[in-house]
Design a binder for this molecule. Structure first.
Ligand SMILES: C[S@@+](CC[C@H](N)C(=O)[O-])C[C@H]1O[C@@H](n2cnc3c(N)ncnc32)[C@H](O)[C@@H]1O
Length: 205
């Protein structure tokens, strides 16, 4: 949400505002006009993302060491569901956060995803604090250290890397297919990221 100044400033000369040149439109308007097409920025609705997460066998979630990468995270719907599912399946908060990675080419999508996850961490820790499961100092230090893991694990992909992304990752292809034959290419891409112990689970249907 944008910061708002109070009291709000009254706009006296509306004619001037109406005749503003195109370039003066807000960044949000520019995004909706140009970015969606260019980057395929159509985000998955919650119900569909949940259905996809539920297709991954429970045995995957039961292992707290399994790592997972969202290669084009948008506003982070999958990242949040992954972390929730890991915690629900017995992972600790730190295990869930430190085994989940996300990338995107757009900086504001990365910021939105990080914020979403840090909000989630805050909510989980607040519940523990209110139930006296953790102390106030522990609440503060955990929030800080988990937030820094989030900043490390959820990152903007570099332009050079995005060229590799387009050629290697199947869902960057125009047909958006999720096929078994692409798994080797996807693994090669993940290796090129140099992330620690990435063990990808790939949806095939
Ligand atoms: C169709 S959206 C999907 C977002 C999210 N996975 C979801 O399902 O809601 C595609 C995302 O890929 C990002 N993207 C586009 N090209 C990319 C590239 N070359 N490397 C990484 N991310 C890219 C866009 O910014 C956008 O957030």
């Amino acid at each position: 949400m944008p910061l708002t100044c109070y009291p709000p400033t009254k706009v006296k000369n509306t004619k001037k505002v109406k005749s503003m040149p195109k370039e003066s439109k807000t960044p949000k308007e520019e995004k909706s006009q140009e970015r969606i097409k260019k980057n395929g920025e159509v985000f998955t609705p919650l119900f569909l993302a949940q259905q996809m997460i539920d297709k991954i066998p429970q045995s995957f979630w039961n292992d707290p060491n399994k790592t997972i990468l969202e290669p084009a995270c948008g506003d982070g719907i999958f990242v949040e569901l992954i972390i929730r599912k890991k915690i629900k399946s017995g992972s600790s908060l730190i295990q869930a956060i430190s085994t989940t990675y996300a990338l995107d080419i757009m900086n504001d999508n990365i910021l939105a995803t990080r914020l979403r996850i840090i909000n989630r961490i805050h909510a989980v820790l607040l519940t523990s604090l209110s139930k006296n499961k953790i102390s106030q100092p522990s609440f503060q230090s955990q929030l800080l250290s988990l937030s820094s893991i989030v900043t490390y694990n959820i990152r903007k992909v570099k332009d050079t890397l995005s060229m590799n992304f387009n050629s290697l990752v199947p869902w960057a292809d125009r047909d958006f297919s999720f096929r078994l034959s692409h798994q080797e290419k996807t693994k090669a891409f993940l290796n090129s990221l140099n992330l620690p112990s990435v063990d990808p689970y790939i949806l095939n249907d």
